[in-house]
Design a protein around this ligand. Sequence first.
Ligand code: TXA
Ligand code: MG
Length: 323
Amino acid sequence: MSVTAADSAAIEEAGQLIRAGALVAFPTETVYGLGADATNGRAVAAIFEAKGRPRFNPLIVHVPDLAGAERIGVLTGAARKLAEAFWPGPLTLVVKRRPEAGISDLVSAGLDTLALRVPAHRIAEALLRAADRPLAAPSANRSGRVSPTSAAHVADDLGGGVAMILDGGPTAHGLESTVVDATDEARVHLLRPGAVPREAIAAVLGRPLSDAPAGDTAHPASPGQLASHYAPNARLRLNARDVRPGEALLAFGSGVPASDGPLINLSPRGDLVEAAAGLFGALRDLDKSGAATIAVMPIPEHGLGEAINDRLRRAAAPRPSDR
Ligand code: TXA
Ligand code: MG
């Protein structure tokens, strides 16, 4: 699948393709999304087919602004406060859906909620306006692979089934949006750590986030939380302080252990924002080196470190094929 420079003619054409029920991959400030008209059930189903998803995970619906969100979802006071503070930007809010708004049930896998976000990206916004439809868009990777942070990653992963890949260069954050459940005013809680740190959300709410209601861990409220969701081909060995023969090394900060294998340092100066932006590209590149195992140096748990370590732990988790 070829990649198209995202000039205004290409964005107009992409908008028409979306309205005709086709799939368009597009850049956001987090990762590339694979977009379809959220009101068209067949188009949404085609997303799952193109990604090779084993089942229907609920998808994020992208809208151009807060008014667009209010048309399809019911925002609680807390949700509106967070939207005003972080939109456009990498925060996704789970809210009750408005049944009359015509969003396909498949988008939220039959749940009575919707995950909504307003991306802070010129091309994403222009596409939303050209399509004149809310866009259901998961990350534009094949199921089980890490999220794409460049148009070339999308082209590597997804072949047929995608009408157009709009190229907007590498993404700024390199990590997916933070997903927060804001359906219950009194119990706003984190479903997926991401590009907005927990601390920043708590600061806007004026209180810490609640713990998720106790539930059945086999059926997480946010299926993207399944342990082995983000996996490169290589095995990952976390918190590595040395490098074993044959291993590639994903380093962070200084004090990098000696190694003669492939090495990528996410941020030699120990900056978590820089590390997040490069994480998925580094995993793909080390995978391509052919090493069977990637040793990963320890990464601090504060700020964006929570989301980075979350993705690394998933990538290190036993795979369905191990069972
Ligand atoms: O940064 C991002 O969020 C990217 C870009 C393209 O916007 N999108 C993305 O989408 O990462 P996806 O489909 O790969 O992840 C969607 C996440 C999953 O963890 C999913 O379970 C959760 O959002 N989610 C979606 N709808 C939900 C709902 N109604 N209730 C709870 N969780 C939901
Ligand atoms: Mg994804």
